[in-house]
Design a protein around this ligand. Structure first.
Ligand code: 1PR
Length: 544
């Protein structure tokens, strides 16, 4: 049986490979971990999900003799699958904090995407492949979107054209996959690209790619696709605000302008479901990502909050799209006087299956400090986590509140002329950042914050709006336009979705890369599928 022959996984401990592990197990294989270079040489099938930075990875591989073992394994044409950095490391060198020498098996230099031509970096999301040659594992995947998350890429050339099996367009035509004989590597993440698990599944994506690598002799039924993926898709994200209710159970809640309590005599926390169940449901319904926000994390210590870690572990076992978790990421000293750094908190989240972490309050303090001093001291949680895990793994969640003003000169923050005047006829507004779940306003605007956190290493912005949260009147277009035009990292529009039309509106009128909703999904008022169908009808690229 398949399970007799294990899969050898090269995990050098730099980040989250839990989802790759889960996906392999899901497909019926045992996972053996590489301990020594001999384990590589003796592997029947080697999966190499590279994570972290290029230089750090090469360092580890060179020090313990793994680099040499990988090269000789690949030169013998043994079954190999590299993922993401696991593809890049096969090249001669990378410009990431470099030049840094790679394994040198494929001619070419890995360079950074150019964000000057309007393409946001990191390249995050579901993009289309251009199949260049028969790659076996990618057979007919070319019609579907697959999930990418990276800032660096290798480019096709005459020297490496024997290797290139597919490309992807994102400003440049970069290498999406390589194949020679039994050696495969992909820049995207099959383990995060969804996909049904039955052999008769009509959906040939994600896990199917992994399955074809693991069961090379499998002939899979082909089904013509109705629509071909063309370019980077706009993402539709389901968000679960999670907290413990008054009985101590972790539940999904939903606020009304951030107020999550029922206005009854008991004043209980509003409950909309169980986190793991809802996350699975949204994955099946076609959500492109799922976010968990531990909304009381600012006062409770998240590592004390074991149920939240458990939620992540369970969810990542069978939800094969990216998972983000936020709430309480900061330095903390517990009741016993033990100090935890924000990096430790984030690492625990990554180990439990998060692909990205999201920072709220702590990013506001870091941005204020940076703007006050003009120096990046490298000590903020934002800087530390993005240095170790890469900026594509760090989201900053902004919780701004609209403040109307008569005259832009009245404040030192970036103001806009609002589409709809304020209650006293004010024509201008600024967006004040808050911390602690909207409880405290801070002397910094959303615009200033967004620009500062981009410089400090954020890879994406989750842009909420307290005024619009739970109102179902549509996203705050003024705010989202302001912020998505100000930064060159992807922006997720959040707060206020009430209908499928609100999604097309935000994508038409702003440069948001993704749109997130909570209430309408939880209350089953607007299914994710109908949002996608509407966007398709509006000629907005989405993943089907
Ligand atoms: O400050 O690092 O501990 O992070 C706390 C995190 O928890 C932040 O990301 C913050 O946005 C979030 N949060 C804190 N309090 C609340 C609350 O609601 N009382 N939730 C809260 C934020 C906003 C969105 C919501 C959208 C869409 N919730 O997550 O899902 O507004 O809702 P809708 O579609 O129903 O309109 P830290």
């Amino acid at each position: 049986s398949a399970a007799d022959s294990g899969v050898t996984l090269l995990d050098y401990g730099a980040g989250n490979v839990r989802s790759v592990r889960n996906a392999i197990r899901h497909l019926g294989f045992d996972v053996k971990d590489v301990q020594t270079p001999e384990d590589i040489l003796n592997a029947e099938r080697l999966v190499f999900p590279g994570v972290g930075a290029f230089a750090a990875a090469m360092d580890v591989l060179n020090k313990n003799g793994m680099a040499e073992a990988i090269c000789s394994y690949i030169e013998k044409d043994r079954p190999f699958l590299g993922i993401c950095l696991g593809l890049q490391l096969l090249f001669e060198s990378s410009e990431e904090n470099g030049p840094v020498k790679g394994l040198g098996l494929i001619p070419g230099v890995v360079g950074r995407f150019d964000s000057s031509n309007g393409f946001r970096v990191p390249h995050i999301g579901w993009n289309a492949l251009q199949i260049e040659k028969d790659s076996l594992i990618l057979d007919d995947v070319g019609s579907h979107h697959v999930y990418f998350v990276h800032s660096y890429r290798a480019m096709p050339s005459d020297e490496n054209k024997d290797w290139v099996s597919s490309t992807c367009n994102y400003g440049d035509n970069f290498i999406a996959s390589v194949r020679r004989g039994n050696v495969h590597a992909v820049q995207f993440h099959p383990e995060k690209s969804g996909g049904k698990i039955s052999f008769l599944s009509p959906v040939y994506v994600g896990l199917t790619i992994l399955r074809r690598f693991l069961y090379p002799k499998t002939n899979l039924e082909k089904k013509p696709t109705e629509r071909k993926a063309l370019k980077l898709a706009k993402r539709v994200i389901a968000c679960l605000d999670v907290r413990t209710n008054d009985r101590g159970d972790l539940v999904v809640t939903k606020g009304d302008q951030y107020d999550v309590r029922e206005h009854t005599k008991e004043n209980e926390v509003r409950e909309l479901g169980k986190p793991v169940e809802l996350a699975r449901q949204y994955y099946k319904d076609g959500a492109d990502e799922v976010s968990f926000l531990n909304i009381t994390g600012f006062r409770d210590f998240p590592l004390g909050d074991l149920p939240m870690l458990q939620v992540l572990r369970y969810t990542s076992e069978n939800v094969f799209v990216p998972l983000t978790v936020g709430g309480g990421i900061r330095d903390f000293t517990d009741a016993n006087g033990r100090h935890y750094s924000s990096l430790e908190v984030a690492s625990e989240y990554f180990r439990c299956g998060a692909d990205k972490i999201s920072i709220g309050s702590d990013a506001v303090y870091a941005a204020e400090e940076y703007l006050r001093t003009g120096v990046k001291n490298g000590k903020s949680s934002l800087e530390q986590i993005s240095r170790v895990y890469g900026n594509q793994a760090v989201v900053v969640s902004i919780d701004p509140r609209r403040v109307y003003i008569k005259n832009p000169k009245d404040v030192e923050f970036k103001t806009i002329r609002v589409a709809n005047p304020g209650p006293n006829g004010e024509e201008f507004a600024w967006y004040q950042c808050t911390v602690s779940g909207g409880r405290e306003g801070r002397p910094i605007g959303a615009y200033e914050l967004a620009k500062a956190v981009e410089e400090l290493g954020a890879g994406e912005i989750l842009l909420n709006c307290i005024d619009c949260d739970g109102q179902k009147k549509g996203f705050d277009i003024d705010l989202i336009k302001l912020i998505s035009d100000a930064v060159s990292i992807p922006v997720i529009a959040s707060s206020g979705a009430g209908s499928a039309e609100h999604f097309s509106e935000v994508f038409r009128k702003t440069n948001a890369s993704a749109a997130l909703a909570a209430g309408i999904f939880h209350r089953k008022e607007v299914p994710i599928q109908s949002v996608k169908e509407h966007l398709l009808n509006e000629h907005i690229e989405v993943r089907i």
